[in-house]
Design a protein around this ligand. Structure first.
Ligand SMILES: Cc1ncc(COP(=O)(O)O)c(C=O)c1O
Length: 457
């Protein structure tokens, strides 16, 4: 634990000693005391400042990084921020590789802190040369005097939590903590805190929030690394497609899977009910307490750790359009207008009936759309659907030279913008993959089968 000082010599000395705050309104239905360790009070606004500094101090001690050197790390953003603080204060360069699902805010913030950013695709296996792990590894080989902490396996990660976060939690609860709950990514937080707390009192339960699409829960319960568990998901910071060395499964009592939707909705609820503007994984961690509340009693003292600040998620979890596009918002009483709100200022892409089919196909590819209304003057006279066009081109390769008029389907039904979503759904059938909504300004917008599935699921 770092000492509390009146005046700190630099920002790095302010890392740690974060407050613990009782959760009130949101926890009214939980039969236990619920306390939050709010890690956004760290100078980089996340818990990761702790381990980032530890990894760099260990590297300096071991001679792995020299003055003027370059730090290279793959990060979901927060470790990058912690490393940026350390790099600035200590005089290193920083390069971060991030996967493209991370919020734009996280990338902008890292750039603002002087880091060089490499954005890598999410949908590739860890060993693929374009994955954010492989790119970091390659840069480390190419750049002289560079140091690649690799937070997944670096022992400094869990060490930071064993030496600071764990002791703080023990002292702040006067040793009364009975459960520790946290989202698991590299595993540093849960393993370091868990090890410290178990040494103090082996009866303390250590619970990890996992995502659907991650390998942790199944591996913990069966010992099997099941690749079938891996698929891409939306939650940021937790869940993995690898087994980081920092996950010490022996100190973890239980993993609970949390859906992307629940994590997002609970993150919003924490802001509204507790005034805590937190990151996505905080919602997942709190949702775990909800899913496990049947096992808690009034004497239990549950500490949930909230990793980071919500400012990094304003374009995502805290943005209604983003939430609606993913079907995360309750659709009770929602209307056709609600479904198009997020893109209603964009122009509707249409095809002309006189245009060649090959041109219309190119347009659909360019805008990545599957359904297109067909127009003659101001009138909607037909529709094009990519799966039907596909079949047509397969059976008759010359179909691309026909005009759209010769191959188009029926025009889409036109509905009013205040129509209920469930009623909108009733217009969708095998023949009708979409409907057109008439907006107040006289413009039209399209709602597809996929928009409705997203909204109702
Ligand atoms: C927002 C957020 N939540 C949770 C985690 C998981 O923490 P850990 O890597 O210590 O398991 C991270 C890690 O990057 C994170 O950035």
């Amino acid at each position: 634990m770092r000492p509390v000082k009146k005046i700190y010599d630099n920002l790095l000395e302010t890392i740690g000693n974060t407050p613990m705050v009782k959760l009130n309104k949101i926890a009214e239905d939980i039969p236990a005391t619920v306390l939050a360790k709010v890690e956004y009070f760290n100078p980089g606004h996340s818990v990761k400042d702790r381990m980032a500094l530890q990894m760099i101090e260990n590297a300096e001690r071991d001679g792995l990084i020299k003055p003027g050197g370059t730090i290279i790390e793959c990060t979901s953003g927060n470790t990058g921020m912690g490393l940026a603080l350390a790099a600035i204060v200590k005089g290193y360069k920083l390069i971060c590789t991030l996967s493209d699902k991370q919020s734009k805010e996280k990338m902008d913030i890292l750039r603002a802190m002087g880091a060089e950013i490499h954005v890598c695709p999410t949908n590739v296996a860890a060993e693929h040369p374009d994955s954010y792990y492989s790119v970091a590894e390659r840069l480390n080989k190419e750049i002289p005097n560079s140091f690649y902490p690799f937070q997944y396996d670096n022992p400094g990660n869990a060490q930071a939590h064993y030496e600071s976060t764990g002791p703080e939690i023990w002292e702040q609860t006067d040793g009364k903590i009975t459960h520790f709950v946290v989202g698991v990514g590299t595993g540093g937080t849960i393993s370091g805190v868990g090890k410290y707390l178990k040494e103090k009192n082996p009866n303390i339960k250590i619970w990890g929030a996992d995502t659907y699409g991650s390998v942790f829960k199944k591996y913990h319960e069966t010992g099997e690394f099941d690749e079938n568990e891996i698929y891409s998901y939306i939650t940021e910071g937790i869940g993995e497609d690898i087994l980081p060395k920092n996950v010490d499964f022996s100190v973890i009592d239980h993993f609970e899977k949390i859906t992307d939707k629940d994590g997002a909705l609970v993150t919003r609820e924490l802001a509204k009910k507790e005034g805590m503007l937190l990151g996505y994984s905080a919602g997942s961690a709190y949702q775990m307490i909800r899913q496990m509340k049947h096992t808690l009693t009034k004497d239990d003292v549950v500490v949930v750790l909230f990793h980071d600040h919500g400012s990094r998620y304003v374009g995502k979890v805290f943005n209604d359009d983003w939430m609606r596009d993913r079907g995360f918002l309750n659709t009770e009483n929602s209307t056709a207008l609600d479904l198009v709100k997020g893109h209603k200022d964009l122009n509707l892409i249409t095809a002309k009936s006189s245009e060649l089919v090959s041109h219309a196909i190119l347009k659909m590819q360019r805008y990545q759309i599957s359904q297109v209304p067909v127009m003659e003057g101001d009138e909607f006279v037909g529709s094009l659907d990519d799966s039907k066009l596909f079949q047509m081109i397969i059976s008759d390769p010359s179909a691309g030279d026909k005009t759209v008029r010769e191959v188009m389907g029926k025009p889409y039904p036109i509905i009013e913008s205040n129509e209920d979503v469930k009623k909108v759904a009733s217009h969708i059938s095998k023949e009708n993959d979409a409907v057109l909504v008439k907006l107040e300004d006289g413009k039209h917008h399209i709602i597809t089968k996929h928009d409705i599935i997203g909204a109702l699921s």
